[in-house]
Design a protein around this ligand. Sequence first.
Ligand code: IPE
Ligand code: IPE
Ligand code: MG
Length: 234
Amino acid sequence: MNDPARGEQARTVAIIMDGNGRWAAKRDLPVAEGHREGTRALRRTVEAAIDLGLETLVVYAFSTENWSRPEGEVDSLMDIFGETIERELPDLVRQGVRTRFIGRRDRASAELGAQMRRLEEETASNDRLNLWVALDYGGRAELVEAARRLVEAGIEPAEIDENILRDNLYAPELPDPDLLIRTSGELRISNFLLWQLAYSELVFVDTLWPDFGHAELEQALAAYAGRRRRYGGR
Ligand code: IPE
Ligand code: IPE
Ligand code: MG
């Protein structure tokens, strides 16, 4: 191929899992049922990611702004996160999925925090797929936290460069996504991975998140393979 940048397989894929509320509303179901169905879609998508040879999958589960939703919805979401960790932990271990979280750790309940840590610990030696779950995550909060860490470490202004900033993000080892997918037809970033998405390819699909699965991921990867990344160059 003349153009080595085109036709490559995406290795790191980020997904804004949006549309659970509309999926439930269309069926006259409570919003929590949409979120519950969303966890099934995540399970399918993780299996698809393994099948399609991805190295890293990073998914947006709950934003720093999602706390502003009605209390009942936030409560049911937190319950669903805990239930989902319990339900999926054995299969994630068995499937070789190393699972980690990014985001604030100080606002979820102590019980959910412990479940998150247990999932991270029990999958720590897996290396088939890296799954990162953004929970109580905001891109702006992440950058503010990085700035705070630099000041606390006494870094001199002249020492600050892109590498040092990256090293102080929640997860410096998380690669920049090759591809960002957002479901449900919304065309925005909603405070996800502001630093890491600088040169990611974007794919927006109308599918609501609970309806997403192998075929939709494969289609998005095919769209990515037809793109030519330029990084500002010629
Ligand atoms: C995404 O689905 C899940 C979260 C934000 C937690 P939504 O709940 O935002 O679904 P819509 O956008 O209302 O359809
Ligand atoms: C983004 O979706 C957050 C998650 C998918 C977790 P939202 O539904 O919260 O985003 P907006 O409000 O439509 O921008
Ligand atoms: Mg939404």
